[in-house]
Write a protein that binds this ligand. Sequence first.
Ligand code: SF4
Length: 247
Amino acid sequence: MIVNEIRSRSVLSKSKVHEYTVNPYVGCGHGCSYCYARFMKRWTGHKEAWGDFVDVKVNAPELLEHEIKRKRVGRVWVSGICDPYQPIEQKYRLTRRCLEILVRHQWPVTIQTKSPLAVRDIDLLRDSKEVEVGFTITTADEEIRKIFEPSAPPIEGRIKALAAFDSAGIKTFAMIAPLLPGAENLAVQLRGKVDYVLIDRMNYHYADHIYRRHGLEHAMSDDFLAGQTSLLATALRKEGTPVHILF
Ligand code: SF4
């Protein structure tokens, strides 16, 4: 992993998903095969493989403290193009320091991660009524997870982390995206741990070579996707969990 400490010029950016996004890092140590954020390689000139580099915005908290006073209040997505709790956050704690600022200023925040490291910050997040925490969980099948996201934390840890946030009284959601084979079995595991679930499909062009290499071509068909989505949504609704299908 190549780590560069950089000084950014801004950190509170406009977003199409929520009003703003804060990304304390460029690049992501989880290096998922299907990650759309790899377009950042073009913007930053990195030649390394996606997952092999991280630029650390060491001045992110100072920038945020400055920018937050100059912008209209809006929901902040932490994060849009990196995992805010990727392994390097353990050392730099930039996500935590940014969240401290957002919570202190009472800005609404949506956290999205794959990492149980987020549990570290429950003490901070439970002070805000405006925070929700989502875990991306793409399948219930650990073998499938290892194929598509080998460097990301195991599924069991993500589900336990959701339970910890829920027990702390913090609003939670699961982002089941991209929907991978085995996702249809997630309803029981998520029972009682999430306030709602979002489901979205894979952009196959990012990862079609992975499907082919592992004999999973059948999972790229529209029929498979429709059947899987229907099974999962029905099972979740049966458990009383609100579901939003995004495609
Ligand atoms: S955790 Fe998210 S941001 Fe990081 S590589 Fe995986 S999909 Fe991309």
